[in-house]
Design a protein around this ligand. Structure first.
Ligand code: SAM
Length: 269
């Protein structure tokens, strides 16, 4: 197994060559993953650190491996149903055009799921939906609206699949209307500026490898980025620790609402 000392020496190379600050990720999990990766490659971690400085292809391959892009449309369908029943009607009763951010959007399935749900609920009216990820390769597929495999779309209800997707050979693409409704951009959640005045943030299955400190900073930034009464939708296996302290109330297991009291405190600060 890779030692902590070897890992510490590797961290700066990843920051320089991949733009990922491993100090914000849990070291044990990263070490375990990198151990498998270097064994498959038959090289030491020190050699991998040097290689990614000279070989762009290897750097991209490692970035793809470390970012773990697994996703699908209507992932954890039950939770999307709760979003549709609880959060969206409440938000749509307050304003007709919603501002939504899928943070860690991977191939775009999550952001497009939202676009499909909102298109159905508001009869094709426009909304502002942004998908972001730090992985450029996967973002290209998101922006192209596909191709998606049968596995990627397996949870899409049949009538919605027929209505909002085009089948090309063995793959699927979202319809032009749905594609036009979502914009994608590269963004590292651990750096840079966040969008503001959001009604809904989806950040699901992204922070599982983040350190507790990084999660805490991110959740505070999410709270700030939401409008009063805005919602945060997290992954099915995740919990928002110290939700009250952050200024969120838990409505369902994966759904949190920014409290009015915390919004007032924010305004007064
Ligand atoms: C497992 S996928 C989750 C995709 C989607 N949210 C879902 O639940 O199906 C995790 C995504 O988070 C992205 N990611 C990981 N660390 C990130 C960071 N620091 N900033 C932005 N995106 C990140 C990865 O590139 C990957 O596409």
């Amino acid at each position: 197994m890779i030692s902590e000392a070897e890992y510490s020496k590797f961290v700066p190379s990843v920051a320089t060559n991949l733009g990922i600050d491993l100090n914000s990720y849990k070291p044990q999990q990263m070490i375990r993953r990198l151990d498998g990766y270097t064994k498959r490659k038959g090289m030491s971690l020190a050699d991998l650190g040097k290689l990614i400085g000279t070989d762009k292809g290897e750097a991209l391959q490692l970035r793809d491996f470390m970012t773990i892009n697994v996703s699908e449309f209507f992932r954890d369908k039950h939770q999307f149903e709760l979003l549709q029943k609880k959060a969206l009607p409440e938000l749509l009763s307050q304003r007709s055009r919603l501002k939504v951010w899928s943070a860690g959007a991977s191939h775009g399935g999550e952001a497009y799921t939202l676009a499909i749900m909102l298109s159905e609920m508001t009869r094709g009216k426009p909304h502002d939906i942004l998908g972001s990820d730090l992985d450029k390769t996967i973002l290209k597929r998101a922006a192209d609206g596909g191709p998606y495999s049968a596995a990627d779309v397996r949870a899409v209800p049949a009538p919605l699949l027929k209505k909002h997707f085009k089948a090309v050979d063995d793959s699927y693409y979202v319809s032009d209307e749905i594609k036009r409704g979502v914009r994608f951009k590269e963004q590292n959640l651990l750096k840079g500026m966040f969008p503001s005045d959001l009604d809904l943030i989806l950040c699901r299955n992204v922070v599982i490898y983040f350190s507790d400190d990084a999660k805490d900073i991110l959740n505070k930034a999410f709270h700030k980025a939401l409008k009063p009464g805005g919602w945060l939708f997290i992954g099915g296996t995740e919990t928002l620790h110290k939700a009250d302290e952050l200024g969120f109330e838990r409505v369902e297991s994966s759904l949190y609402r920014k409290t009015a009291a915390s919004a007032r405190l924010e305004r007064a600060a």
